[in-house]
Design a protein around this ligand. Sequence first.
Ligand SMILES: Cc1ncc(COP(=O)(O)O)c(C=O)c1O
Length: 398
Amino acid sequence: MTTSFVKDVFRNAAGSPIRELKKYSERPGMISLAGGYPSNELMDAQGLQKVLQSFSHSEFSAALQYGGTEGLPALRAELAKLSHTKGLQVKADDLVVLSGSQQGIDLIARTLISPGDVVLVQAPTYPAALSAFRLAGATIHQLANDAQGICFDQLEATLQTLKPKLIYTVPTFANPSGKTLSKAHRLALLKLAVKYQCVVLEDDPYSDLWFDTPPPAPIFAMRHQVDGGENVCVYLSSLSKTLAPALRLGWILGPNDIRRACVLAKQSDDMQASTLTQTAAAAYLASGQFHKNLPKLRDFYALRAHTLASEINITMQGKITLTAPQGGMFIWCNAPGIDSSMWLQVAIKHNVMFVPGAAFFAHDPDASAFRLSFASQNLAGLHTGVQRLSQSLDEFSA
Ligand SMILES: Cc1ncc(COP(=O)(O)O)c(C=O)c1O
């Protein structure tokens, strides 16, 4: 037997279930309702191309150079303005540009979590966050989601007994549940975090994608309402879902010491987010086109969400239950009595895919749950996708 030099935590880790499914999504004819990929049709490729073409030779040449770890000043200024539209009164210097918000989760896990520290998550939650916390050696404790998004009945007792270092939450149009924490619950969560001295890591990639009404302001916007609140709030957001994921651009806000630790960790990671994509994003945001496009994005995703939910309710009535989301990219579903991981094998043969629920739990998964994304399929694709889901479920249950 050969010895492996790889650390146990990596040797025993499963890959991201969603990334592992990607190979099937590339199969010709496959309708993937699995990944949270923004629609290619909705990304402003032309606008970004125009911005790149407008660069002078010297601007383009500067964009090919290394830059500071905190990010390009022009982009930091634009992201501060974008943060204002979300109710966050911050300055350019208050934020650090990330190579995607996923990097922020990893940097926080690396800088705050020591092996054995408890991290509290909602169940279900975003799998790549679970993975970052696990790789940092965290003990993950999950709180059941209730209608409010977090089960407050259990929260205080858990904070008291387990003394978690960090609570990870996606409070707005959560991945995968689609749920949104109310303003009152955001404040209640913040108060408890201060009382029990626990960092709240608020992951917010979806709040711009609301359908009918804007969501409550982020928890981070409430940090001054609670004495000591500014010491425990960390906020992440991203341009992936509203502009383009390939830019790999996100940003982090938080207390100076935590931000500084993240900058140090980033220096030994990728040093900086790409100067080229930062320059392009800064110019694109400055052009005003980003804000002009948002209403179109919201309308498209609202229509897709509504279409997928109603197609399922009509075609799979009595077989699947779901909660219609008010924003974001996901519908969380349940197929009572069905193991969705096993059903997926049959579904793939029918050229349709979803993500089985098990991926979204730290432990004790709900095997009958699964996540659908409506974001990257057009209406015809959603219609055919539901027909195939229905046929494959009938075949699987027969
Ligand atoms: C909740 C959540 N956080 C973070 C990310 C990572 O996004 P980014 O592309 O900004 O790294 C995603 C992407 O799906 C997500 O759903």
